[in-house]
Design a binder for this molecule. Structure first.
Ligand code: URA
Length: 191
């Protein structure tokens, strides 16, 4: 089986068995999407309205901004893999609860174990705090973290501001664009 096929199997299995309570209100589950051989995995928070309707992560305004930033570092969406901590849309896009994060966590870890990227990029505090609960995104953004976990093979992490938060905040937007440019440099260093 190819990595892409194995990934599809993971998603099929979790879409059926995931116990997340948001299944009751969301239209559908939104699994991770992209290149199963990617060197980078980006992790967001949870699907929004567009993602809930379309079944793919980051296809709304934040996704458009993300595509622009990828282009600025000469990458395409097809080069990366993108997923969320929580795979179902919280009503009115509220923050996911700790229980909702717990329900989807093993699904995320299976994706990460299979893809085994060189670098994990956190988009926003929710995904960063799932791995590093004590960090503040305002301090940690743009700084590479090296740490070994038992559950996943990757040991390099880059927290960034969430593109949706930065979209309409000029100074945060500028910081995110600058931080994003560090990705190819960091990747080169890890190799
Ligand atoms: N914001 C996220 O965190 N994830 C998405 O998939 C879309 C918007």
């Amino acid at each position: 089986m190819t990595k892409a096929e194995e990934l599809a199997k993971i998603h099929m299995s979790w879409l059926a068995k995931c116990q997340c309570k948001l299944k009751k209100t969301a239209l559908r589950g939104v699994p991770g999407d992209g290149n199963a051989e990617a060197e980078i995995v980006l992790i967001g928070e949870a699907p929004g309205k567009k993602e809930d309707e379309g079944g793919r992560p980051f296809i709304g305004a934040a996704g458009k901004f993300l595509a622009e930033m990828l282009e600025s570092v000469k990458m395409k969406r097809e080069d990366i893999y993108i997923t969320n901590i929580v795979k179902y849309r919280p009503p009115e896009n509220r923050d996911p609860t700790p229980e909702e994060k717990d329900a989807c966590r093993e699904w995320l870890h299976e994706e990460l174990k299979l893809i085994n990227p060189k670098l994990i990029v956190f988009l926003g505090r929710h995904s960063m705090n799932d791995f590093f609960p004590d960090l503040k995104i305002s301090d940690a953004h743009g700084k590479l973290i090296i740490k070994k976990f038992i559950k996943i093979p990757t040991s390099h992490f880059l927290p960034l501001y969430h593109p949706a938060a930065a979209l309409y905040n000029g100074s945060m937007r500028d910081i995110l664009i600058e931080d994003f440019k560090k990705i190819p440099l960091i990747l080169k260093k890890i190799k």
